[in-house]
Design a protein around this ligand. Structure first.
Ligand code: G4P
Length: 285
């Protein structure tokens, strides 16, 4: 599946980030815990330069708990500051504040030596569309400061948000990157709904989900759809459509409808908590 999707406003957003990074001490990157590889925009590496960085693995409530642990160990082993988060709950914010303070301690000490007291840490929050940036900022701030939009690519202007006496955040619009360099990246983003559903082939995404579920979480398709996996993902899609009554007028399988159902089921955890990408997949890239 070749996906190229980089609307003009995203090019502009990247340019703005290149400028704004000069104003901050720290780059906070939100990744989706279900696809920690594909949800991290490679542009951010270039934009970050030598700035301090931190990764928030958001939507960890939807991801496989074992995989969440594996990712934390991976980041720790690679000296990357990372936390698991469900941005809708304020539970993890204490730990996050502490991590940010630890990360910025050396910088604060340097400021103090130069006679700069109480200068707040400024952080830029980045992430692909729909990863939960607005939700995170609102929860962290304890009030509604960022607009939430559920369609990928909603444009927002530049926003500085004072979270505490010693922390200010800069929200940025969600950005994807010009061309996904392998097919799996596009498929994985599509599976969790980070790419607008209107520009992709529904059946192809559903077949991707079926193939993945069978490989990584064998048995869960059967549990949900009462169909044994057999043949190709496409044949399985047809059988699930018939079994679950996704039918056109003449009684023929309505594959688009069935594909939509399977995709919704994956995104709403009806197929259980899932993680699509594991640390070991990095090596294979
Ligand atoms: P964005 O600014 O990065 O584009 O994302 P936004 O905060 O708008 O979040 C996108 C969707 O993801 C929202 O759902 C939001 O509630 C959900 N979300 C954000 N963080 C988490 C999380 O950690 N866990 C889970 N399970 N969901 C999360 P929505 O369906 O678009 O809106 P709503 O129905 O929640 O209002």
């Amino acid at each position: 599946m070749a996906i190229q999707w980089f609307p003009g406003h995203m090019t502009k957003a990247v340019r703005a980030m290149e400028e704004d990074i000069k104003l901050v001490d720290l780059l906070i990157e939100l990744a989706d815990a279900r696809i920690p590889i594909s949800s991290r925009n490679p542009e951010f590496d270039r934009i970050a330069g030598s700035k301090l960085r931190m990764v928030i693995m958001n939507k960890s409530d939807l991801a496989d708990e074992q995989a969440n642990k594996a990712w934390l160990s991976y980041y720790e082993a690679n000296n990357i500051s990372a936390v698991l988060m469900d941005a809708r709950s304020s539970k993890g914010t204490g730990e996050l504040k502490k991590k940010i303070a630890d990360l910025c301690a050396a910088k604060k000490a340097r400021d103090l030596k130069r006679g700069i007291k109480n200068r707040p840490v400024r952080a830029m929050v980045v992430g692909i569309p729909n990863v939960g940036k607005s939700t995170f900022i609102n929860t962290y701030a304890g009030r509604a400061v960022a607009k939430t939009g559920n369609k990928p690519g909603v444009t927002r202007g530049k926003q500085w948000i004072k979270l505490a006496k010693d922390l200010e955040l800069l929200d940025t619009p969600g950005v994807l990157w010009p061309k996904f360099d392998d097919e799996a990246t596009g498929m994985h983003l599509a599976m969790i709904g980070s790419i607008s559903d209107d520009i992709l082939d529904k059946q192809e995404i559903a077949c991707g989900i079926i193939g993945f579920m069978e490989e990584r979480y064998a048995g869960r398709l059967k549990e949900r759809y009462e169909e044994d996996y057999d043949g190709t993902p496409y044949e399985m899609l047809e059988r699930i459509a018939l079994k679950k009554g996704c039918l056109k007028k003449g009684g023929e399988a309505d594959l688009d409808k069935c594909a939509g159902m399977i995709t919704d089921d994956l995104r709403s955890m009806k197929l259980g908590r899932i993680t699509i990408e594991l640390p070991e997949d990095i090596i294979q890239k």
